[in-house]
Design a protein around this ligand. Structure first.
Ligand SMILES: Nc1ncnc2c1ncn2[C@@H]1O[C@H](COP(=O)(O)OP(=O)(O)OP(=O)(O)O)[C@@H](O)[C@H]1O
Length: 304
């Protein structure tokens, strides 16, 4: 467990409304020193609103937002963070090097410019005007600006949108370096493989609430399913009646079985069908867990 002094950012019972719409409905969220927290959820779940509260860009109607134990608008808190939001309104005519120098000057102990540029993969863009860059290049510059002040905490709101595979891989490597340096990272993303590859902890949000949180493994185990695929003469309805079988579907010649007890189901199938072949066994990924969590939420919302 983390000692409570390790908390660098916190939302407690945060409520945010826009007219009739409740964007956040009592959200608790904690970020510890040196961890990468991925915040996942469908469009409109409240991810950006949560970040906006932690940054002090918007204020909660209920509950509290804290950065380093301070009000997020406090200058002492703001000097310790770096930010990459979905829309960055940066002066288009400034060159990348000028932008980096300007933003770094707000911080007490910034990185050397070359180090920021190399880390973010923009070393060859320093002389280019920001407005003349491609979308993916601009995102990399925004990332450089987020880390140039050597912040203790970085907020990255969908940072890899619009990046090609190479740029995305480089940004992942840079995020790992930041975390290895002891920096905390809040990452929102729609790419589940990004959360799976990078996050120590994952929060899944839906309709303004936290639906689930834990490590990637914790979330996977909430849908403790393993997928078995094979060609078998066994009847789908028969297998569906066995204990621990969650679902059985036919996919052409194959059956696809979802189960929480793969070993038991497999043993029984192999006993019952000596001709069983082309066997594949796969653990559920974060994608399955995410779909199940957010679907449950949709079903509960409809029932309410
Ligand atoms: N300034 C605003 N005025 C009115 N409604 C808003 C405003 N900002 C956000 N909302 C609403 O609040 C809800 C949460 O939005 P938010 O941007 O936090 O979602 P998100 O999880 O970040 O979504 P996305 O994945 O699409 O970025 C949405 O229903 C959105 O329409």
């Amino acid at each position: 467990m983390h000692p409570s002094s390790d908390v660098v950012a916190r939302l407690s019972g945060a409520v945010k409304r826009y007219g009739q719409l409740t964007a956040l409905d009592g959200v608790d969220l904690v970020l510890h020193r040196g961890e990468l927290l991925a915040v996942l959820g469908p469009n409109g779940a409240g991810k950006s609103t949560s970040i906006g509260l932690l940054l002090g860009l918007i204020r909660p109607e209920g509950g509290r937002a804290e950065l380093f134990g301070l009000d997020p608008q406090h200058l002492d808190a703001r000097r310790r963070i770096g930010v990459m939001l979905q829309s960055a309104m940066l002066p288009l005519t400034l060159r990348v090097g000028e932008l980096l120098r300007l933003v770094a000057s707000y911080y007490p102990n910034p990185r050397p410019l070359e180090e920021s540029a190399t880390l973010a993969g923009v070393a060859d863009l320093l002389k280019r005007p920001y407005g003349k860059l491609s979308g993916g290049q601009q995102r990399r510059v925004q990332f450089a600006l987020a880390l140039c002040g050597r912040p203790e905490l970085v907020f990255l709101d969908e940072p890899t949108v619009g990046m090609d595979i190479d740029a995305r891989q480089k940004l992942w490597a840079a995020m790992r370096i930041l975390v290895a340096e002891g920096c905390s990272v809040v990452l929102t993303t729609h790419y589940l493989e990004e959360a799976e590859a990078l996050a120590q902890r994952v929060v899944v949000m839906g309709k303004g609430r936290v639906l689930s949180e834990g490590s990637v493994d914790d979330l996977r185990s909430q849908v403790a399913h393993t997928r078995i695929r094979c060609i078998t003469d066994l009847d789908a309805a028969t297998i569906a009646g066995w204990p621990n079988v969650v679902s059985v579907e036919r996919e052409g010649a194959r059956l696809r079985i979802s189960t929480a007890e793969a070993e038991y189901v497999l043993r029984r199938m192999l006993d019952a069908d000596p001709t069983l072949r082309e066997l594949e066994v796969q653990r559920a990924g974060l994608a399955e867990a995410f779909i199940e969590l957010t679907q449950d939420d949709a079903i509960q919302q409809e029932a309410a």
